[in-house]
Design a protein around this ligand. Structure first.
Ligand SMILES: NC(=O)c1ccc[n+]([C@@H]2O[C@H](COP(=O)([O-])OP(=O)(O)OC[C@H]3O[C@@H](n4cnc5c(N)ncnc54)[C@H](OP(=O)(O)O)[C@@H]3O)[C@@H](O)[C@H]2O)c1
Length: 300
């Protein structure tokens, strides 16, 4: 499907520079590209369709959308209008709440398939552990996986307590946990938990929604490597073995953001940026990862 493949171990140590089209093997055996385009707050309009088409021309193969982003239709259109077959593109979408349990998930995935106009979705996530019948919803996603309507089941914004509920129930682990990850939001306990259990980490808001781009140390590294601050932050993500999904509305930035596979931050600079960011935590969006009050619903 993709021209480059890497073992998980080599990806994580990232001693080498790889292509943006390289893939990582997930614990369910499916493969996922190492880099993608986030589509939150990208307007559900013909602009989105053109942006997706341009991104595919530049080499992007992974797109992250969601029920609540309201642009699944335009994403599907962009893929159809591009020069590559649907099978060469990896689509991630999400169900926002799980209050309605199984029925809500079945409806939501059916809607996504209709909006995208595709036969299957590569990866479907529970958007956040916001209460409701989370385990029932999780089971419904596996039901859809068995029917071939989705290929992989994952979660987003799940902290260790949430992941432990799944693990202890004996269910298959999610193959991906999509969480906010950048030098200023390292979520170390969740990252080590996921690594220990083979759960791939998809890094959302990898530039802290743009807030990290003017940081003095990031700017200093950008000057040193003759790269842009965005490229430094995205390279940090790639070298950590995360799958960053930066969002941009601008075609020129699409290209800039994707060009992080032709250079490498030295081990020392990686360490310094990691230590520096760790000292000044910044969470740019919501933080449902720490939501310990949400209750997992009944197991049916
Ligand atoms: N699961 C979840 O709960 C969750 C939460 C948040 C995000 N996400 C996913 O993660 C994706 C990315 O996260 P995000 O949108 O929050 O934040 P982000 O990707 O860290 O940052 C996006 C911001 O940076 C700007 N930007 C992008 N590239 C740039 C560049 N090269 N130079 C200067 N500015 C640049 C964008 O502006 P322009 O658009 O104007 O370029 C936008 O304001 C989302 O689109 C979504 O798919 C998931």
């Amino acid at each position: 499907m993709f021209s480059y493949t890497l073992s998980k171990r080599r990806t994580r140590t990232s001693k080498q520079i790889v292509s943006g089209n390289a893939t990582l093997r997930l614990i369910d055996g499916n493969r996922i590209p190492l880099f993608g385009l986030g589509l939150y707050e990208v307007d559900g309009s013909s602009w989105t369709t053109r942006l997706v088409k341009s991104a595919i021309t530049m080499g992007y193969r992974l797109f992250d959308t969601a029920e609540v982003y309201e642009n699944e239709h335009e994403l599907g259109e962009g893929i159809r209008k591009s020069s590559v077959a649907r099978e060469q593109v990896y689509i991630t979408s999400k169900v926002y709440t799980t209050e309605g349990g199984r029925r809500q998930v079945l409806d939501c995935v059916r809607q996504s398939l209709m909006q995208l106009m595709v036969d299957y979705i590569d990866l479907y996530l529970i958007h956040a552990p916001q209460g409701g019948h989370v385990l029932e919803a999780y089971d419904a996603l596996h039901e859809l996986r068995n029917l071939g309507r989705i290929r992989s089941v994952g979660v987003s914004n799940f902290g260790i307590p949430h992941l432990e509920v799944i693990r202890k129930s004996g269910r298959p682990l999610p193959v991906v946990n999509q969480i906010e990850l950048h030098p200023f939001c390292q979520q170390r306990p969740i990252v080590s938990y996921c690594r220990r259990h083979g759960i791939a980490l998809m890094a959302y808001s990898p530039m802290a929604r743009g807030a990290a781009l003017n940081d003095p140390f990031v700017l200093q590294l950008a000057r040193k490597y003759r790269r842009t601050p965005a490229q430094i932050l995205l390279r940090w993500s790639v070298q950590n073995g995360f799958i960053p999904i930066p969002k941009t509305n601008h075609p020129n930035r699409l290209k800039e953001n994707f060009q992080v596979f032709d250079f490498r931050l030295s081990a020392n600079d990686m360490r310094q940026l990691t230590d520096y960011g760790y000292q000044q935590p910044m969470v740019s969006g919501w933080n449902p990862v720490s939501n310990t009050t949400s209750q997992f619903g009944a197991i049916y």
